[in-house]
Design a protein around this ligand. Structure first.
Ligand SMILES: [Zn+2]
Length: 459
């Protein structure tokens, strides 16, 4: 499997640009079909109809969803053992009582019991991969239904903010679509089925920014979507090159994958004249939080059961815990996402949505790695995607030519893993930074208990 992916990438990287565009087109078409065929439209429609549901309506819905979910869990599994261990009676106990009797489930527990958590289902499943905030990868099955429903919830949020599936998008996301060795324009590829012009994050620098901005200006696409750290990097170049006002065709900006920082919001708004919108979601499907047109973050209460667990000593800060009732192939009950939400006492919103309001998502704050040529690279946790023999990892950069990756190994870690990691690192970062490996028993945390994924000690 791994070999196939590497080979596919090798072949792709050697193709001329027009064939790379064709390969992206084919892949985009395939993904579109999987996400949006069959029941998708009716899933979106019914999700839209739930937008203004009241609290009692949502409560009843949650109760029923949880009940069905628990009864789909097979005997002789991790969960049936847990039910026994904690004295749970699925007939007598209400679904909310069931949850309250269970402990919070952390990621290492899931890793350890992955095989007995997998629940046999009759429908088709896909394999999902997560890198997670702390670099430990998780691979698990997801039902087709669950994947489509997640996309329906994401598109519902975009629809609220005047974006639909026909809206063309300037995409600044994490996939490496331009070979790292390439040092001439174009640093972008077109994914027509998804209506995206995908710009390479890994080539954006002071030297290349002008070419990016010229192309974006030429295409006049109404929507920008991607990692906030890169959209704000681009916004910085707009401001630095005194091009404010030249991008007034941009109507919407949305961010994902990373926490949207306040400083980024103001830089982006200054450069493009649009305030970015954000949402919070994760592959495990245990929680989803979407921004409404009033600019407030509401929990999507009809999507999963979200709990907020207070963090001691941190005013308003809560860990996001969730139960993914949509994915019967891999039940996660009270799963700790490791992400942090700051709650607000002000729980009413002029938009009329009943979902609980979160002031800020505080997790997944990442730093940049800086290359000798000034290119900044973020979201490096992608390097650890699929690395299931690593518990935790982070990157520390002390100079522009040296970085250290600190790893907490899982049993089963081999020399081959280190080689694979180095390959991943070089494919994203290039060969200009020397990478050393350090193996630790645990990784250092900040005062507030957070793991800083990239620790940059460069001024
Ligand atoms: Zn609202």
């Amino acid at each position: 499997m791994e070999v196939n992916v590497v080979n596919k990438e090798k072949i792709y990287n050697k193709l001329p640009v027009f064939l790379q565009n064709m390969a992206i087109h084919a892949e985009g078409w395939k993904i579109n079909r999987r996400r949006y065929d069959g029941a998708y439209n009716s899933l979106l429609k019914s999700a839209q109809e739930r937008t203004f549901w009241t609290e009692p309506q949502l409560h009843k819905w949650q109760e029923q969803k949880l009940k069905d979910f628990f009864s789909s869990i097979c005997k002789n599994s991790y969960w049936s053992d847990q039910f026994l261990k904690y004295g749970i009676d699925l007939v007598q106990d209400s679904p909310f009582e069931v949850l309250s009797k269970l402990p919070i489930l952390n990621k290492s527990e899931v890793q350890k019991n992955r095989l007995s958590i997998i629940n046999p289902v009759s429908e088709e499943t896909i394999s999902r991969h997560t890198s997670g905030t702390t670099g430990g990868g998780l691979v698990f099955p997801e039902t087709h239904y669950s994947e489509q429903l997640q996309w329906a919830i994401w598109w519902r949020y975009r629809n609220w903010n005047n974006i639909d599936k026909h809206t063309w998008c300037t995409y600044l996301g994490g996939r490496s679509i331009v070979p790292i060795q390439q040092d001439i324009t174009p640093y972008w590829r077109v994914n027509k089925p998804a209506r995206q012009v995908m710009y390479s994050l890994y080539h954006l620098s002071e030297k290349t920014a002008r070419q990016y901005l010229d192309d974006i200006q030429r295409r006049r696409l109404p929507w920008i979507h991607g990692y906030p750290s890169y959209i704000s990097l681009l916004a910085n170049y707009v401001i630095d090159s005194q091009r404010i006002g030249q991008f007034d065709f941009v109507q919407s900006i949305t961010t994902g994958a990373e926490n949207l920082l306040d400083t980024q919001i103001s830089i982006i708004e200054k450069a493009f004249g649009v305030k970015p919108k954000q949402h919070y979601g994760l592959a495990e499907g245990v929680a989803n939080i979407s921004m409404c047109p009033e600019g407030r973050l509401h929990v999507d209460e009809d999507f999963s059961l979200v709990e907020f667990d207070p963090i001691e000593g941190l005013e308003g800060a809560h860990r996001i815990i969730g139960t993914n009732w949509n994915n019967t192939a891999f039940p996660l009950l009270r799963y700790d996402t490791n992400d942090v939400a700051i709650l607000t006492p002000n729980q009413s919103c002029a938009c009329g949505r009943a979902g609980r309001i979160v002031a800020r998502i505080d997790g997944r704050q990442e730093d940049y790695l800086v290359l000798p040529n000034g290119v900044k690279i973020g979201r490096l946790d992608h390097i650890f995607k699929d690395m299931i023999n690593i518990k935790e990892a982070r990157i520390v950069q002390n100079s522009v030519t040296n970085a250290r990756v600190e790893i907490v190994k899982r049993e089963g870690y081999r020399d081959e893993d280190e080689k694979m990691l180095l390959r991943e690192f070089v494919s994203r970062v290039g060969g200009d930074i020397h990478l050393e490996f350090a193996y630790l028993d645990q990784l250092p945390r900040t005062k507030s208990g957070k793991l800083k994924f990239v620790e940059s000690n460069i001024k």
